[in-house]
Design a protein around this ligand. Structure first.
Ligand SMILES: C[S@@+](CC[C@H](N)C(=O)[O-])C[C@H]1O[C@@H](n2cnc3c(N)ncnc32)[C@H](O)[C@@H]1O
Length: 237
């Protein structure tokens, strides 16, 4: 059986181990659609060019970069992740794009975000919330760091509910994706963990409830690409 424990001592080294092949596999396994999902998340924040944006579970900084390159984009971006090797890959990408003055990457835990209360205007989390021990604790942390009126955009996989799409999705996620992932990353556990962790994560309805209980308003869950991913958006009062 796949180990679904989310302890930082297990999750951070797993991402460190696949950091070198993470971007390539992401784009390959999603046929490049992941770029559109990240863009949609940025657009949903309705940025005006003045915001301080926090990208939580930033990994190799793809969302942070997409935000900084958006027009209008945030004035400053802080990316936080606890996997140092993922951040190293991200830093190389920032330097190659001359974005290292606008984006700062910091090693830290999403359950104890290393910034002061009400100090950011927008928060993004792409494919990270599924990996934390307590999604509710992270949502409460996001609420703490957001300034009043601030927006959050969270991307996460979901198991589609339409029978035909669900069947195709489960076949791809359980049979095809782990094989390709293992072949390219040479990491046995990580690409078995991916489908198992998606299956075990909250349904869109359950996650909306967590956001509501964390104090957010104007909550929306927008299915992306036949419902295989959901874009959750909300605002802090
Ligand atoms: C699937 S990757 C997503 C990376 C990036 N957001 C993207 O869209 O490609 C998940 C990331 O979340 C990070 N992560 C998971 N739990 C975390 C936590 N509690 N604190 C900080 N980072 C965490 C992992 O280290 C990993 O880099």
């Amino acid at each position: 059986m796949t180990d679904l424990s989310k302890s930082p001592a297990r999750i951070a080294p797993m991402f460190d181990a696949i950091a070198g092949s993470y971007d390539r596999l992401n784009h390959l396994l999603s046929a490049g659609i992941d770029r559109r999902w990240r863009r949609n998340a940025i657009v949903s924040l309705r940025l005006t060019g003045t915001e301080r944006l926090l990208d939580l579970c930033t990994g190799t900084a793809d969302v942070a970069i997409a935000a900084a390159e958006a027009r209008p984009g945030p004035v400053r971006v802080l990316g936080v992740d606890f996997a140092g090797a993922m951040l190293q890959v991200g830093l190389r990408k920032l330097l190659a794009r001359n974005l290292d003055t606008r984006i700062t990457l910091v090693r830290g835990d999403a359950t104890r975000i290393p910034v002061a209360g009400q100090s950011v205007d927008a928060v993004t989390v792409a494919f990270g919330i599924r990996n934390v021990e307590s999604p509710a604790a992270v949502c409460a942390e996001i609420h703490r760091v957001l300034a009043p009126g601030g927006r959050v955009a969270i991307l996460e996989f979901a198991v589609p509910t339409t029978p035909v799409v669900r069947g195709a999705y489960l076949w791809y996620f359980n049979r095809v994706l782990p094989r390709i992932g293992r072949m390219i990353s040479r990491h046995h556990a990580a690409y078995g963990y991916l489908p198992a962790s998606v299956g075990a994560f909250a349904s869109p309805g359950e996650f909306v409830k967590i956001l509501r209980q964390s104090g957010f308003v104007e909550i929306d869950a927008a299915p992306q690409t036949l419902g295989i991913v959901h874009l959750y958006t909300a605002r802090r009062l």
